[in-house]
Design a protein around this ligand. Structure first.
Ligand code: ASP
Length: 337
């Protein structure tokens, strides 16, 4: 439930284009000081709040490009796994809000991690300089351990095959903005549902809405049982299949994913399931006129390049939404939105 103060905030515009910066911290936003570790932390009211703020961020960026909402605040961005979009969008988000960034994203081999420093000590060090830490790590649960060690908020930017909550929020926001609703939709998730952390987080978020889920994967890449149970317990109608042709005609959101090669201990298993799904212009002739194709990216062949010209291809718009959502989250966690 929204507190009175929060309801009030949802109505008020965040930016006064003449007077930016210097606002008092907003403690009533429900996000101030919060670690963002899993989508389980969010309810519909918080999601609506974040989306409202993200729309304001979009408007602000379109009108003036940047603000000084979090001026003086510092973000430490540490990535123990490769990233293009998540790292750059967090950096862009912080800079467009007027804050600054310590980027440890070019490879932790250049940090003391390569000397054997523990995650806990790295967190306790970064918090001496930064007001918020964004962490990507190959181990499930690493973000929770980091949040326990740090006194500043920690944002999970992907913990191995676990979760990717900020991606799921931007995915959900993209669906809302593209299709105008989150209810009454059939969402089809295709590819690596087992190791795909974006799929785990998004399927749980979608379970809060009135959706039908189609899960399309090879047998060995089916959605993990814990996530499946959570989705089913929420009363979601789930259908599993191996074939995209079974679901394409009634799909509103086609969420395509990459097979996560780096998660396979046996590469021969990867060889068996890679390149199993390819979204082509021919396949898209069987899809609804009003629907969207999404992908958390990077793609490695799952969506043909000529599909990019299809107006239903929303994956680069999805990328841009990531910056607005992360601006909303950073400003929220820092008590400024
Ligand atoms: N970029 C997404 C992630 O970090 C998806 C992927 O890597 O395939 O989980």
């Amino acid at each position: 439930m929204l507190m009175e103060q929060e309801k009030h905030r949802m109505m008020e515009p965040l930016f006064d284009y003449d007077v930016m910066g210097g606002q008092p911290a907003l403690v009533g936003n429900g996000l101030t000081g919060m670690d963002i570790l899993s989508v389980d932390q969010f309810d519909k009211a918080k999601i609506d709040y974040i989306f409202a703020r993200a729309r304001e961020m979009r408007e602000m960026v379109e009108i003036v490009g940047a603000a000084d909402l979090v001026k003086g605040n510092v973000l430490a961005c540490i990535f123990y796994e490769p990233s293009t979009r998540t790292s750059s969008s967090f950096i862009a988000a912080m800079e467009r809000l007027g804050g600054s960034v310590i980027p440890i994203t070019g490879g932790v081999q250049f940090s003391s991690v390569s000397k054997g420093e523990t995650l806990q000590d790295t967190m306790r060090t970064l918090e001496q300089y930064a007001d918020v830490i964004v962490l990507r790590h190959p181990q499930i649960g690493a973000a929770i351990a980091a949040a326990e060690a740090a006194t500043v908020p920690v944002i999970n930017a992907g913990d191995g095959a676990g979760e990717h909550p900020t991606q799921a929020l931007l995915d959900l926001f993209t669906i809302q903005e593209e299709l105008g609703t989150l209810d009454g939709l059939t969402v089809s998730m295709v590819g690596d549902l087992r190791f795909g952390r974006t799929v785990h987080s998004l399927s749980k978020l979608l379970s809060m809405y009135n959706v039908k889920l189609n899960l399309v994967s090879p047998e060995i890449l089916r959605l993990p049982l814990t996530t499946m149970n959570q989705v089913r317990d929420a009363g979601i109608d789930v259908r599993e299949t191996h074939d995209v042709a079974d679901i394409i005609a009634d799909t509103d959101v086609l969420y395509v994913t990459r097979v996560q090669k780096e998660r396979f201990s046996d590469l021969s298993e990867y060889e068996q399931v890679k390149n199993q799904y390819e979204i082509t212009t021919e396949l898209m002739t069987h899809a609804k006129e009003k629907m969207v194709i999404m992908h958390p990216l990077p793609r490695v062949g799952e969506i043909h390049y000529d599909v990019d010209r299809d107006p239903r291809a929303a994956y680069f718009r999805q990328v841009r939404n990531g910056m607005y959502i992360r601006m909303a989250l950073l400003a929220g966690v820092l008590g400024r939105a």
